[in-house]
Design a protein around this ligand. Structure first.
Ligand code: AMP
Ligand code: ZN
Ligand code: FE
Ligand code: FE
Length: 280
C-alpha cells in the first residue's frame, strides 16, 4: 500500500483547532506514515506531539513555521528536525512573545488616542490562560468595556489591517529565522513557496538566504506550478517538501489525511538532514 505524509500542520498551540494529541490520532486513523507539527512562531506543541507519536507508532518530525519580514509582506519559513528545547528556539520564542506584549501596549495607546481608553493590564488579564497575547484579547476587552457590540466589530472598526488602531506585528528577517533553525539543528524550508510571476523574484533569492528547501506540495499549487518548483529545486539543489497546512476546523476544510503527499518526500527530507548532520 502506498504511504503518505503531512509535513505542514497547525495545532491549538497557534491558530489550529486540534490539540497535538488529536492531530496524531487523526494521522494514525488516516494511516499516514509521518507528520510534522509546524505551528506559527511556536515550538511548544512538539513535546506533546512527539509523546503521542511514539505511543501510536507514527514517525514525527519536530517543526515550526516562522513568519518573517519580506518586502511589504511575509515569508513563512518552516523549520524541520529542530531541537525545540535549544537556546536558539527558546530565545526566538521569547523575543516573539515580548514583541506581542509590546504590541498590546502600542494598540492600547492608539485606542486611547481614539477616545477608547484601555488599560493594557485588562488585556493581559483576559489573556492570562492563553499561550500568547493577541488582537482577539484586545477585541474582547473592547466588548467588555462596551465600546463595540462584538469581537468582529472591534476588528472591523479598529484593529484589523488598515484600521486606525492597527499595529503591525514584529517579525524577524528571513536570514535570522534560517540562522535560528540551523542553530537548532534543523532544515529551513520556504513554506507554500510562491509561484506567481511577481513572486518568482522571491524564489530566485532563496538560495542566497541559506534555505535548504522549498515546500512544493501544497493544496492550492497546480500541477504546472509544482513542476516549475520541482525544476527550480533541482537547479538550486533544494530539498522539496509538502503538507496540507491543516488548521483543524478553523480554516476551511481540514485536509489532514485528505491532501496526500508521497512518503518519498519524507524520505528525501530525512536523507538531506542526515547528510547535513554527518557534515557537521
Ligand atoms: P494577532 O496574532 O494578534 O495578529 O491576531 C490574529 C488573530 O486575530 C487571528 O488568528 C484571528 O483569530 C483574529 N483576526 C485577525 N484578523 C481578523 C479579522 N479581520 N476579523 C476577525 N478576526 C480576526
Ligand atoms: Zn495558521
Ligand atoms: Fe504559512
Ligand atoms: Fe501554515
Amino acid at each position: 500500500m502506498k504511504k503518505y505524509v503531512d509535513l505542514h500542520i497547525h495545532s491549538t498551540h497557534s491558530d489550529g483547532s486540534w490539540t497535538p494529541e488529536m492531530i496524531v490520532e487523526r494521522a494514525v486513523k488516516y494511516e499516514l506514515c509521518a507528520i510534522s507539527l509546524t505551528d506559527h512562531d511556536t515550538a511548544s506543541g512538539n513535546s506533546e506531539a512527539m509523546e503521542f507519536s511514539k505511543k501510536l507508532r507514527i514517525d514525527f518530525i519536530p517543526g515550526i513555521e516562522i513568519s518573517t519580514k519580506w518586502c511589504q509582506g511575509r515569508m513563512h519559513i518552516l523549520g524541520y528536525f529542530i531541537d525545540y528545547s535549544s537556546q536558539a528556539i527558546v530565545n526566538l520564542m521569547k523575543e516573539l512573545q515580548e514583541s506581542r506584549r509590546q504590541r498590546v501596549y502600542k494598540t492600547c495607546e492608539k485606542l486611547t488616542e481614539l477616545g477608547k481608553p484601555i488599560d493594557p493590564a485588562m488585556v493581559f488579564e483576559i489573556a492570562k490562560n492563553s499561550k500568547s497575547v493577541g488582537r482577539p484579547h484586545i477585541a474582547n476587552a473592547m466588548v467588555k468595556l462596551g465600546y463595540v457590540p462584538t469581537l468582529q466589530t472591534a476588528f472591523d472598526l479598529y484593529i484589523s489591517h488598515n484600521r486606525p488602531a492597527y499595529v503591525p506585528r514584529w517579525a524577524p528577517e528571513p536570514q535570522e529565522a534560517v540562522k535560528t533553525i540551523h542553530s537548532a539543528g534543523g532544515l529551513a524550508v520556504v513554506a507554500h513557496c510562491p509561484v506567481t510571476e511577481g513572486c518568482m523574484k522571491v524564489i530566485d533569492q532563496t538560495p542566497a538566504l541559506g534555505i535548504d528547501g522549498i515546500e512544493v506540495f501544497y493544496p492550492p499549487h497546480k500541477p504546472h506550478e509544482i513542476a516549475k518548483l520541482k525544476e527550480f529545486a533541482k537547479i538550486h539543489n533544494l530539498v522539496i517538501t509538502g503538507g496540507s497546512d491543516c488548521h483543524g476546523l478553523t480554516r476551511g476544510e481540514p485536509l489532514l489525511g485528505i491532501y496526500k503527499v508521497s512518503c518519498e518526500v519524507y524520505e528525501g527530507l530525512i536523507a538531506r538532514h542526515n547528510t547535513i548532520s554527518q557534515n557537521k
